[in-house]
Design a protein around this ligand. Sequence first.
Ligand code: AQP
Length: 333
Amino acid sequence: MGKKIFSGVQPTGNLHLGNYLGAIKNFVDLNNDNENKCIFCVVDLHAITVKQDPKELKNNIRETVATFVASGIDHKKSVIFNQSKVPAHAEGAWILSCVARMGWLNRMTQFKEKAGKDKEKASIGLYSYPILMAADILLYDATHVPVGEDQKQHLELCRDIAQKFNNDFKIDNFLQVPEPLIQKEFSRIMSLKDGSKKMSKSELSDLSRINLTDSKDEMINKIKKAKTDSLPIPETIGELDKRLEAKNLIGIYASLTNSTLDKSLEIFVGKNFSEFKEKLSQVLVAKIDPISLEIKKLLNDKSYLDQILLEGVEKADLIASNKIKKIKEIIGF
Ligand code: AQP
């Protein structure tokens, strides 16, 4: 059986270098290697697990599509659609929430991080988010799910849910148990201001992330201001491991140049960070600026973006409604 790829990105604004290097860049390669086997979803149902401004949400949905296209995903060779337009996602999430166990969900670290100290005030949706994510993936019989390292635990939960459903209803391999596809070399991009926190859309300080819509000057300025230390660049990864911010920047360089941490260290060993940052800015601007310009151009053509979604919804709905129908039959509805 060939690969079937599914992945999603939340339309919550501020798509950043972490989203690109951790996920979207991988989508592009997979789409080139697996024509007509890739489904990329703008997961707007996931976005509303935290409060969203309706107007901004609408814009952010289009901006996510523009980012996919500007990054190099060919919508004619894949399916790009918005989750809320395909009712099977919400239905599937409910059914699978009756399969998943509380104990499983209670272990999810993303909920703990996002809900923070005030977990009593977090939405139920934020808590059950991974079940909706499982429905997304399982409705399309996805064999592989390209995600950033932060989503690995949710993927494992999805696998548990699929296996339990198949066992409970004694129907082997009905729900495809998917494999995560996580970048091997540098899969978690951290904040430019704090190497212990992942680069994130919701971080208040804009200086903590490179947005995919940043201008050249903004990118260069953010790299200049990125936190580092006063030591020169070391020789080994072992020495780098203790220096979180330094490791993050060298990892970003490695990822942008499709190289490894080892090879990047070889180039810069003994150099100071001001020299390294100049090179990093160059490769960053060379890679991201054309994407940034293209996103802005595409955002001026809303009807083109809406048309991509419309075509995608039609294709996605055909697959998902067929699968949910079978799920309902198996359950006894
Ligand atoms: N820092 C990151 N490094 C590597 N990969 C990352 N991803 C996100 N942040 C990083 C990957 O990007 C894909 C899309 O993410 P998402 O939009 O679904 O949501 P998220 O993971 O919640 O993104 P953020 O930026 O962290 O948002 P907030 O601030 O709202 O929490 C996923 O494959 C993810 O792994």
